[in-house]
Design a protein around this ligand. Structure first.
Ligand code: AMP
Length: 191
């Protein structure tokens, strides 16, 4: 099994790159953002609650997202591995993920941090908003709040993996294919 955390600020390209990498390595992309947006579209209780946070650019409470991940790990026990995209976003989420994997005799092979400057993030997200129609990509103040939330609540997760010698920084600027190449080289060095 190969389990990778793809990490970085909103707009760094995690979703795009996770798709390429899941095909390349035959592992599943597990995006909490995608799962939450699907729950919103289906108007489930989880979706209705999550929407209140997502519309403001705030994080959905830990126990909700950890529950999502626990359900997927249980349902997909025969998987060849996962590329976690947008999870973990807080230190308690990272701790719980380690605990859940450990119970199954598994672990995270590495965390890949896509580095992109803040102004480029805003530019990319606003552009994506014009095409995707994602509510939280439309409003610049919400976009800036998501970046602030990332810096305050999510960046400590990188230190969590650094303490385990699992943090790998990858330049997230340039051509999409060049970034994929850098990520692949890093993953190949882990195996
Ligand atoms: P994303 O698609 O990863 O950019 O996530 C969009 C939004 O979903 C975030 O701004 C959060 O409100 C929520 N979200 C996604 N993943 C998580 C997570 N692991 N923890 C808390 N909130 C999350």
């Amino acid at each position: 099994m190969l389990n990778i955390v793809l990490f970085g600020p909103p707009g760094a390209g995690k979703g795009t790159q996770a798709q390429f990498l899941s095909e390349r390595y035959g592992i599943e992309q597990l995006s909490t953002g995608d799962i939450l947006r699907a729950a919103i579209a289906e108007k489930t209780p989880l979706g209705l609650e999550a929407k209140r946070y997502m519309d403001k650019g705030e994080l959905v409470p830990d126990e909700k997202v950890i529950g999502i991940i626990a359900d997927v790990l249980e349902a997909r026990r025969d998987s060849k591995g996962f590329i976690f995209d947008g999870f973990p976003r807080t230190t308690p989420q990272a701790e719980q993920l380690d605990a859940m994997l450990e119970k199954k005799g598994l672990s995270i092979a590495g965390m890949l941090l896509l580095e992109v400057p803040a102004e480029e993030l805003v530019r990319r997200i606003m552009l994506r908003g014009q095409q995707s129609g994602r509510a939280d990509d439309q409003d610049e103040s919400v976009v800036r709040n998501r970046i602030a939330v990332y810096e305050k609540q999510t960046l400590p997760v990188a230190e969590f993996y650094e303490r385990q010698n699992k943090l790998h920084r990858v330049d997230g600027m340039g051509e999409i294919a060049a970034i994929t190449q850098r990520l692949q080289q890093t993953i190949d060095s882990l195996r």
